[in-house]
Design a protein around this ligand. Structure first.
Ligand SMILES: [Zn+2]
Ligand SMILES: [Zn+2]
Length: 300
């Protein structure tokens, strides 16, 4: 397929003396190329997803090679540009475990997609998803434990209470691999001895096993909302206009009659959320309140 937009996700842990200087360089060079997306820069490295023409993305990879050295990429394509704007931001961490002293510094039981695929077929392993609930809800690996995280920084507390025996072989995974770099260190710090992580995450696995053990779709942090196991933009999920979670409930806006997609929780929450936008929800609620006032006044 010849899609007009290329998307690439990447991260690298490395010591960055001046995140501000790196931020300025990447911002300028990215703008010159006309790419879009979000890149986080910290003393511990860089993490981002960008989109653009295939030529611009190829040029971007050369720029990263120049500035931070070799980086691994998770590539996909789309018919529409999934990112709307371009930001390079300086942060305390490039992935928020809530502890910048956890610094992954090289190979740490990484499994290639093939090794992962083989390990998953053993019966002495536990598969652990390190992503948040709004991600696991729309898809995860077969039989994976869902820690029901609201945010990644809750992972350490989850491990303390998870009850998984410390000598268990734990296979952990996330979207592109970055969260597991820190999550596996956190588990090791808490005494787990056999922690393995999926190199390149779900996205890399999809490249090699589109018909493998992943069930559902994989949430991604851009306007595609999710990708299917063939790395194609989701046909099913859209970001809920009220809460930002992936949704698949098709509705007609109670306020403006536009077709919209919202999430199941908002659909159940209130009539006002059966609307296409926060604005329409607000006006629908106002109208309902006015109705109620009128009725009360009539009774009085
Ligand atoms: Zn919602
Ligand atoms: Zn509306």
């Amino acid at each position: 397929m010849n899609e007009p937009y290329a998307i690439t996700a990447f991260y690298k842990f490395l010591r960055v003396d001046s995140p501000e200087a790196l931020q300025r360089t990447l911002e300028k060079r990215g703008k010159d190329l006309g790419i879009r997306g979000l890149i986080l820069v910290a003393h511990e490295g860089i993490n981002g997803t960008v989109s653009g023409s295939p030529e611009a993305i190829a040029a971007w990879k050369e720029i990263l090679q120049e500035t931070v050295g070799a980086v691994e990429y998770k590539d996909s394509v789309a018919a529409e540009n999934p990112c709307k704007r371009f930001f390079v931001k300086v942060r305390e961490e490039i992935v928020g475990l809530g502890d910048p002293t956890v610094f992954p510094s090289g190979p740490n039981n990484h499994l290639t997609p093939q090794e992962w695929h083989d390990m998953m077929q053993r019966d002495d392993v536990v598969v652990l998803d390190t992503r948040n609930t709004y991600e696991t809800e729309i898809g995860k690996f077969k039989d994976a434990i869902d820690p029901k995280l609201e945010k990644f920084s809750d992972f350490g507390d989850y491990v303390k209470e998870c009850g998984i025996p410390k000598d268990t072989k734990v296979l952990m995974y996330c979207t592109g691999g970055i969260r597991c770099e820190k999550a596996s260190m956190e588990m090791q710090r808490q005494g787990y001895k056999n922690v393995y992580q999926l190199q390149g995450g779900i996205l890399q696995y999809f490249e090699e096993y589109p018909e493998g053990f992943f069930q559902g779709e994989c949430f991604v942090f851009d306007h595609r909302t999710a990708v299917d196991t063939h790395l194609q933009p989701s046909q099913k999920y859209h970001l809920c206009p009220h809460c930002g979670d992936p949704g698949d409930k098709h509705i007609t806006c109670k306020q403006c009659a536009a077709a919209a997609v919202i999430c199941v929780r908002c659909e159940q929450k209130s009539e006002h959320k059966k609307t296409c936008s926060k604005n329409c929800a607000h006006h629908h609620e106002l109208a309902a309140n006015r109705e109620q006032c009128k009725r009360q006044t009539a009774v009085q």
